[in-house]
Design a protein. Structure first.
Length: 627
């Protein structure tokens, strides 16, 4: 009894001391926030800390239920400019006892932060788990990052994009075969979210690593041939589990990437011992993919040593070559650096593009006029040529100048895959910056999030000049209106390019958008981030998306599936007015899901909901309506 009281007493004292310490830290952070001159809100925990990320699903509903109704749509609703509007400033702070987090939606401030790499480094503690296979260019800073960037940048030069283009043509045709087969079954609705994820994975495997993965629906006799790559240095992977493995390459890769958050829980060894199946599967996937990469590494190292070139990008070969690792005495680069980079390129390069294609298709299904204009532009460029005759150098620049690029840019404006780009200030090193001509100070030790809200900040996005293009009750910045990117006249101002101190770090050349399209104010359009730590795969992703649009929309249209509201037979007997009614119900629901069911763990995705789409031959559409 006495012992129990003692334990209870000690626990209560420790809790009381902890609470006092938290209160002290909160007061200190509030005082710092006040000195910054920016508005602030209080939060119970650092919402970007590991503790919160791992347990937010538990706390969020409890905290929400405690909030008054007026605050339920609080400042952390993830999308849109609303939070900044509520705070009355394009920069505001969220203060918790552990951290000050600064949210930024001002273009000029964003540019100051992205160009001052040493003053505003990435908060590396957020990227620790990406080191599963080794250090890499996402999880490092300073001279380590320069080494990784120099090693990877050559693989992203303009000359390698042809391979990305061709690989995308190949895999998008496989995707279409899957979707058209689906059209002949009783359930005609496409599972676009998971199919586009596969699509992106297979492209990055092929274009990035020269590993050709076969689609499950093309694995049988006869179809196998269509997916073979005429390159003997490729490594072929399918659904078979080779000797010495527990999972196929395809399974290991998708289990690993789709459940990456669980790797934060501990090592693969520990995960494999967890009572939860998902943990054990991820644990196995981590070791399995590592083992596959080891094997690919050895094959590629042998190819480099024997002077065998693969015919394109093959990041692995390029990484091995750039590292000088074949002569181990001559290099400080380790094998783990190569595997670490291979992994993050795979990670960074697949969900982002997959979601962008997924969201573009949904938006186009809701905006027939834009879809039609996209199809017309694709037809003008392609001129009925068979896909085998499409050429990267000729066709990509054209696709990049008209409606396909406008659709891509607009999707990335509204649903930017990385919704908050993290930066920081070092502890004890507050940083001065200017906003609206006034000097401010960013506190030291802060997390900074360059918010996708800047994409909807009305300061930077002109309303349509034509009154007919305006929509009552919908803010123009919240609308999918790809036509905003198409210019009537030539632009007269160019982007001011960053003055890179070292061209080798730069990666892909060229600007975010074509010079023939609308040029946003610098810092106001940052789907690929900006400055030194901007996305090295930007051109890779642009090539993938535009090539996919060309393949899909040269032959097909996408439509919202309306089965929740009417059967196919009912629709077939409807007049146009009834069709529109039923379509509007599906479109309203889609709009609602996009607003309420997209959330970000690593990238923004539709979570816990599906938006069913259908593919129909061009000219055979049922629903030609606009939201
Ligand atoms: C629509 C597609 C994509 C979007 C929107 C996107 C966006 C971004 C953003 C916002 C960043 C900065 C992240 C940060 O600072 O934390 C980034 C970095 C990066 N991205 Fe992408 N990305 C896309 C596709 C790709 C692809 C296809 C690859 C590779 C094949 C790739 C590889 C990387 C890498 C390696 C970095 C880190 C660069 C560095 O820190 O030096 N991304 N990306």
């Amino acid at each position: 009894m006495a012992l129990t009281s003692l334990i209870l007493g000690a626990t209560a004292s420790i809790a009381a001391v902890q609470l006092l310490l938290l209160y002290r830290d909160l007061r200190r952070n509030i005082a710092i926030a006040k000195r910054s001159g920016f508005p602030y809100v209080l939060t119970p925990a650092n919402v970007f800390g590991v503790f919160w990320l791992a347990t937010f699903w538990f706390w969020s509903p409890i905290l929400r239920s405690l909030l008054p109704a007026s605050k339920k749509d609080g400042v952390f609703s993830e999308l849109g400019y609303g939070p900044f509007e509520k705070m009355g400033s394009d920069v505001f702070l969220a203060v918790s006892p552990a951290k000050i987090v600064c949210f930024v939606a001002d273009a000029d401030v964003i540019t100051q932060i992205t160009t001052r790499r040493n003053d505003f480094p990435k908060p590396l503690e957020m990227y620790g788990r990406l080191d599963i296979y080794g250090k890499n260019l996402v999880s490092t800073e300073g001279s380590d990052w320069r080494m990784h960037r120099k090693m990877t940048a050559p693989s992203f030069g303009e000359r390698n994009n042809e391979l990305v283009f061709n690989e995308t043509l190949h895999h998008t045709q496989s995707l279409l075969r899957l979707w058209t087969e689906k059209g002949t079954t009783s359930d005609k609705n496409l599972d676009v979210a998971s199919d586009t994820m596969r699509w992106a994975l297979y492209i990055i495997s092929g274009a990035g690593f020269n590993v050709r993965v076969n689609w499950p629906h093309e694995e049988g006799e006869g179809k196998q041939k269509a997916t073979q790559k005429p390159n003997e240095s490729s490594v072929m992977m399918g659904s078979e589990v080779p000797a010495g493995h527990e999972m196929s390459y395809r399974e290991a890769l998708s289990e690993l990437l789709h459940n990456i958050m669980w790797t934060m829980m501990g090592s693969p060894k520990l995960l494999k011992k967890s009572p939860m199946k998902v943990h054990r599967t991820v644990g196995t996937a981590v070791s399995e993919w590592g083992q596959y990469m080891d094997e690919v590494y050895e094959i590629k190292k042998e190819q480099v040593t024997s002077g065998k070139q693969s015919d394109g990008m093959d990041l692995f070969q390029a990484l091995i070559r750039a590292s000088g690792i074949v002569d181990e005495k001559q290099t400080i680069v380790k094998k783990s650096d190569i595997l670490g980079n291979a992994f993050v390129l795979m990670l960074a390069g697949h969900e982002t593009t997959a979601n962008s294609l997924h969201f573009s298709l949904i938006y186009l299904a809701m905006h027939w006029s834009s879809q039609k204009r996209l199809q017309d532009d694709v037809s003008k460029i392609i001129q009925g040529r068979p896909i085998e005759e499409w050429k990267y150098e000729e066709d990509f620049p054209k696709l990049f100048q008209c409606m396909p690029a406008a659709v891509m840019n607009e999707t990335l404006r509204l649903l930017q895959p990385v919704i908050n780009i993290p930066k920081s200030t070092a502890p004890g090193r507050p940083q001065p910056f200017t906003m609206n001509g006034q000097q401010h100070t960013m506190p030291g030790g802060a997390h900074i999030l360059l918010s996708c809200a800047v994409h909807r900040n009305p300061k930077y996005w002109p309303e349509p000049s034509n009154e007919n293009d305006k929509k009552a009750n919908v803010r123009d910045t919240d609308r999918f209106r790809p036509e905003r990117w198409l210019l009537d006249k030539k632009p007269n101002a160019d982007f001011v390019e960053i003055d890179y101190d070292d061209e080798e770090l730069r990666g892909p050349s060229g600007e975010d958008t074509s010079s023939s399209l609308f040029k946003p104010v610098k810092g106001s359009y940052i789907p690929f981030s900006d400055g030194y730590r901007s996305c090295i795969g930007r051109r890779f992703a642009q090539v993938e998306l535009l090539a996919a649009f060309a393949v899909i929309f040269s032959q097909y249209s996408v439509e919202l599936a309306v089965d929740e509201f009417a059967t196919d037979d009912e629709v077939a007997n409807m007049d146009d007015e009834s069709k529109e009614k039923v379509w509007r119900k599906a479109a309203d629901k889609t709009q609602h899901l996009l607003q309420n069911k997209t959330a970000s763990i690593i990238t923004l995705q539709l979570r816990g909901a599906k938006i069913p789409l259908r593919l129909v031959k061009r000219g055979e559409e049922t629903f030609k309506f606009d939201l």
